[in-house]
Design a protein around this ligand. Structure first.
Ligand code: SAH
Length: 252
């Protein structure tokens, strides 16, 4: 059996209770060493074999899984954040399907959630934005043209950019060309929830400068949109006394 597990985005105690239990029972752990907190391996059982996927190809990862399966062992594939975002898990699951190997999937706390926590921020403020665009600049992996940062910028919604910290000059140009005012608030969150987490609030037009000035080159998320200011919003209807819900009558 293979368990895909989201490790959470940094702090070792942000893994789910289920993920932690599975880790403590695993015979083999293949973890994404570039971004998974190695402290998570402290709870592994004795004799557990550990592989760092940052130094491996897909074929090598699969070969470890097939070997473990042949021996009747339990394998954890530990992905950073939640595996559903930029996790390259589909190709692994398809290969396991082709080999008739069973697997399951335990979610994790994605870094876009960790970044909101770091900024003490709500991404969806009534009257400001009710949508979050999760995207990235094109890098070695292309992004379909219809999903370009410029195209999404037209909505001026809250936007969270993964994998784009090395491309901030182009990112800010695209954001402005697409529709964000250059003065729109923006934030850079470096290593959200890790002990060395750092947050910077700037504007769309100063993103590249802010990252350079603070030496942020990778392991960061860019958050853009009027919600970053965390002001000018309308109060919630759900908790409005004049609004009745299934659980609470309206108050006069
Ligand atoms: N599946 C992961 C994302 C993997 S892609 C998740 O759900 O978070 C790797 C990118 O995620 C990094 O380049 C960076 O942009 C972002 N990232 C991952 N962990 C981060 C963290 N703790 N703080 C800020 N950004 C992070």
């Amino acid at each position: 059996m293979i368990h895909f597990v989201g490790a959470g985005c940094g702090a070792a105690d942000l893994i789910t209770v289920r993920g932690q239990r599975l880790l403590s029972e695993a015979d083999v752990i293949i973890y994404a060493g570039s971004l998974v907190n190695p402290k998570l391996l402290d709870g592994k059982k004795e004799g557990c074999s550990v592989y760092n996927s940052a130094e491996m190809t897909l074929e090598e990862v699969l070969s470890v899984m097939y070997d473990a399966e042949k021996q009747g062992l339990t394998t954890i594939r530990l992905h950073t954040g939640d595996p559903c975002l930029y996790g390259a898990i589909r190709e692994q699951m398809d290969a396991l399907d082709a080999h008739g190997i069973a697997y399951d999937y335990t979610p994790g706390v994605s870094s876009f959630c960790g970044a909101a926590a770091a900024l003490k921020m709500e991404y969806t403020l009534p009257g400001v934005s009710q949508s979050v665009v999760i995207t990235r600049m094109a890098g070695r992996t292309p992004v379909p043209e219809r999903e370009s940062v410029r195209a999404f910028a037209a909505h001026k919604a809250t936007m969270v950019l993964f994998l784009s910290t090395g491309l901030l000059e182009q990112t800010q140009e695209e954001l402005i060309a697409g529709g964000y005012d250059p003065e729109t608030p923006a934030a850079i969150v470096y290593k959200a929830t890790w002990p060395d987490e750092r947050t910077y609030v700037c504007t769309v037009s100063s993103l590249a400068h802010c990252a350079k000035e603070n030496g942020v080159k990778k392991t960061a998320l860019i958050i853009v949109g009027d919600t970053v200011a965390q002001s000018g919003y309308a109060r919630s209807e759900l908790y409005n006394p004049t609004f009745a819900t299934e659980f609470r009558p309206a108050k006069e």
